[in-house]
Design a protein around this ligand. Structure first.
Ligand code: RP5
Length: 185
């Protein structure tokens, strides 16, 4: 895609974002920006902001309740420690919510963030990715959008092929280092 058409797509996306990325604190941004970076690879420009479950509970409810009517299709929510943001957003919307457990400054070892997001009660699912797994959250959001968007689907296919190429290059590298491999003979 040319630079000009990329920027046109970006502008259209910006005024009508399909993915909302939210996080409990600006301190989560270093990890959570990975979701935005991945989505941009598929030419999906997300919106991104801070929504704290504990410090701004009314903003959380407002964001979750209005998201669908604003045209958002998927919400990616990241938080650390007592990470209630993804679950509480999921409680207030029927949109799919992808939760990103962040190993934050107030997290003991990451398991607190992980389990706070993972162990949702029956009836209110949150699709939880790995600890600090914001990049995978971005890919998963793109995959959900791709169900109804052939252009994003095509970019995901190309990304799969790219990953294949990278691994096959590594296969050649280890062979060059002198390791034998019966399988590829
Ligand atoms: C959580 O507390 C946030 O999502 C963040 O991961 C963590 C620490 O927040 P700060 O004290 O750095 O603002 O709610």
């Amino acid at each position: 895609m040319s630079e000009q058409s990329t920027s046109t797509a970006k502008k259209q996306n910006e005024s009508n974002p399909l993915v909302g990325i939210i996080m409990g604190s600006e301190s989560d941004l270093e990890i959570m920006k990975g979701a935005a970076e991945m989505l941009r690879q598929f030419e999906v420009e997300p919106e991104l902001t801070i929504v704290s479950a504990h410090r701004t509970p009314e903003r959380l409810r407002d964001y979750a309740i209005k998201a669908k009517a604003r045209g958002i299709k998927v919400i990616i929510a990241g938080a650390g420690g007592a990470a209630h943001l993804p679950g509480m957003v999921a409680a207030n919307t029927i949109l799919p919510v992808i939760g990103v457990p962040v190993k934050s400054s107030n997290s003991i070892d990451g398991w607190d963030s992980m389990l706070s997001i993972l162990q949702m009660p029956y009836g209110v699912p949150v699709a939880t990715v790995a600890l600090n797994g914001a990049k995978n959250a971005g890919i998963l959001a793109a995959q959900i959008l791709a169900l109804h968007d052939t252009s994003i689907a095509g970019k995901l296919e190309a990304y799969k092929e790219y990953q294949d190429d990278i691994v096959m290059e590594s296969v050649k590298n280890v062979k060059r280092l002198g390791y034998t491999n019966e399988f590829d003979k």
